[in-house]
Every structure is written in C-alpha cells, then in structure tokens.
Design a protein around this ligand. Structure first.
Ligand code: NAI
Length: 334
C-alpha cells in the first residue's frame, strides 16, 4: 500500500529539513507517493499568493501532509500561512508532545507530556482593527463548539494513549466570559470520560509549574495563544525547537510540521536539525496506522541522537544536517 503525501518545503530551513525527513520516511519501508505544493514567502514570490488554492486542494485530497515552516513578517505583510491553513481546512487540533530524549541533557529527565492547543480561534481569529489612530482592537473569539471539540480531542487522546489526567489551562479568573466558557466546556466534556481525571490551572501558574515541576502534568488543553506560548516552553524542557514535533489535525485531514520556524539565521548553512520534522513524520506514520514503522524511525532517531558525534549544533554536536540524516537512514537500513 502506498500513501499519497503532500509535502510543502516552505521557507528558510524548510526545504532542508523537509528533504531530510522525506529521506528518512522513505527508508522506513512504508511507500509514499510524494507531491509538492507551495506555501509561504516562496509561493508569494513565485505565484503571487502565499497559500494558493492548489495547495489547499492538495492537502485536502492527500492522505497526509508534511509541511516545512513558512515565514510571516512582523507587523505588515500577508497573514500567517499557518493560521490561514489551519482555519481554512479546519485543522482544529494542534497536538504537541514533549518527551525527554535519552542522552539529550536538559534540566529534567523523563518529561512526558502533551500540549493540545485549539487551532482555529482565540486571538488568532484575525479580527483586528484600528478604532482611532493610536488605538487598536484585536478580538479574541471563544466558542462553545470549538472549545468542546478541542476538549473532546484532548480526552480522546488521553484515552488512546493510556494517560491519566487532562488539565485545562485558562485565565478564567480575569477573562470570565471567554475563558469561563472554555473552562466550562472542558468540564462538560470531561463527564463523557470518567476514566480520565480532570483539573484546571490558571495559565500563569501553569507556566511556573511547568518549569519547576513538569512531571506534575500529563495532557494539557488550552486555547490558541496560550498553546502557542506554552508549547514552545515545553519544547525547551526536552531539548528545544530542533526536536519538537507537532500535528495539526482536523476531520479526515492532517498536516504534520515541526514546532520551530524558518530559522533565517541558519538557513542555507546545512546545519539545521531535522529531528523535529522527522519526529513529526513519526506522528504522521502513527496517524496513517503504520505503528511498526513509526517505532523503528523513532528508535533510529533516538540512536542517532544518543551519539554526541552525530548531533547537530543546536544540541551541542558538530554534525551537519546531512551527516545526521545519513546516520538515521543507515540505522533504518541496517
Ligand atoms: P525559529 O523557530 O525560526 O528560530 C528560533 C531559534 O531557534 C533560531 O535561533 C533558530 O536558528 C533556532 N532553530 C529553530 N529551528 C531549528 C532547527 N531545526 N535546528 C536548529 N536550530 C533551530 O523562530 P523565529 O526566528 O521566531 O521565526 C522565524 C520565522 O519563522 C518567522 O517568520 C515566523 O513567523 C516563522 N515561524 C513559522 C512557523 C511555522 O511555519 N510552523 C512556526 C514558528 C515561526
């Protein structure tokens, strides 16, 4: 069986890490029919549209999509391709596991938690306007429908993965209406999953507790902006942006991408760490039901990272992206 997978090279280090990840996935023994689609600054420059309709259609019609990071300028310029992609295709759940990697030295061992981020609303709704010069307003949309949908995704994930607890992260003490609704929605859905514990934590306290005792958490569910920020924090707990994967999941559609961005400071130098996107590929293999191949790729990555000589610079090593990828592929082909 062969899977049709769209790949989006994206900008900056995107093409480098996408190529490396495709090589690893091809070496996993699973057959892929790859087709390329454009998005980001490169699509803007070449096609006059950062997110062409053909790309949306390719994502809709393929079994899964592997996406490189895409650039978004600060302040002016086109809207984020990521936000648009997630909203237009209703990829409502952003799944971001943070798991310690043996051999990678961080402050804590055995971190193993999952951030589930609502992906379609909150402050990312794109509803911003200037009321009068010097005064702007950004609308933070929270709906019961999207809050219940993301809560259900978090509880279903907890059940599927044998997890014990879901923590709803919010700011309902201040944002009484919007986060009050989000919190109520989580507790309403929790009743459908009596086997999973539920609790809640105010977002600022959650940030402090995550850095002081990450082992206290299991699955965390939160709205869009809190999830964006706290998932970068949890990425820092397990080795940084170079090793943290993610999945954007909707009904019958999914886009797999690293948590990191285009890393313009190292683009084109051949030193980017492709691990985050390779591990996003592992999430893709699991999504496609290819558990055995997913386990093998994960083990090969773990083995390559265990050896300091084959690590890239962000993890204290000196290997190039290619040397590291060669090592992962060689372990898979053994
Ligand atoms: P960034 O994640 O691109 O870079 C932050 C730091 O981490 C840099 O020092 C970079 O060199 C390093 N880094 C990131 N990924 C790495 C990797 N794989 N290997 C080694 N080092 C790595 O974040 P930044 O600089 O804030 O954003 C740059 C651009 O990326 C912006 O235009 C932003 O909008 C975009 N972005 C895109 C995302 C996506 O497409 N999913 C996600 C986050 C940012």
């Amino acid at each position: 069986m062969s899977y049709s997978v769209t790949f989006i090279p994206g900008d900056g280090i995107g093409p480098e890490v996408v190529e490396a990840s495709k090589r690893v996935l091809d070496a996993s023994g699973v057959e892929f029919e790859w087709s390329e689609a454009a998005a980001g600054q490169i699509a803007m420059d070449e096609l006059g549209d950062p997110l062409p309709e053909a790309t949306l259609e390719a994502v809709r019609s393929s079994d899964a999509t592997l996406k490189g990071p895409t650039a978004t300028s600060k302040g002016s310029g086109f809207r984020s391709v990521n936000v648009a992609l997630r909203q237009q295709l209703c990829l409502y759940a952003n799944y971001r596991p943070a798991r310690s990697i043996p051999g990678i030295k961080t402050r804590y061992d055995d971190v193993d938690l999952i951030v589930v981020r609502e992906n379609t609303e909150g402050l990312y709704s794109g509803l911003e306007h200037e009321i009068i010069p010097g005064v702007v307003e950004s609308l933070r949309i929270i709906t019961a429908k999207a809050s219940e949908r993301i809560a259900r995704f978090a509880f279903e994930t907890a059940v599927r993965q044998g997890r014990k607890r879901v923590t709803c992260v919010h700011k309902a003490n201040i944002l009484k209406l919007s986060d009050g609704l989000f919190l109520d929605s989580c507790f309403k859905i929790a009743k459908e999953f009596p086997q999973i514990e539920v609790d809640d934590c105010i977002v600022d306290a959650a940030a402090m507790k995550l850095v002081s005792n990450p082992h206290d958490f299991d699955v965390l569910v939160m709205e869009n902006l809190f999830g964006d920020i706290l998932s970068d924090l949890t990425s820092g707990l397990v080795g940084g942006l170079g090793v943290t994967p993610s999945a954007n999941v909707g009904d019958g559609m999914a886009v797999f991408e690293a948590v990191h961005g285009t890393a313009p400071d190292i683009a084109g130098k051949g030193i980017a760490n492709p691990t985050a996107l390779i591990l996003s590929g592992v999430l893709m293999l699991r999504y496609l039901g290819e558990k055995e191949a997913a386990d093998r790729v994960q083990e090969a990555v773990g083995a390559a990272l265990a050896d300091e000589k084959t690590r890239t610079g962000d993890l204290g090593g000196q290997a190039t992206s290619q040397q590291y990828t060669d090592c992962v592929v060689a372990r898979l082909e053994k």
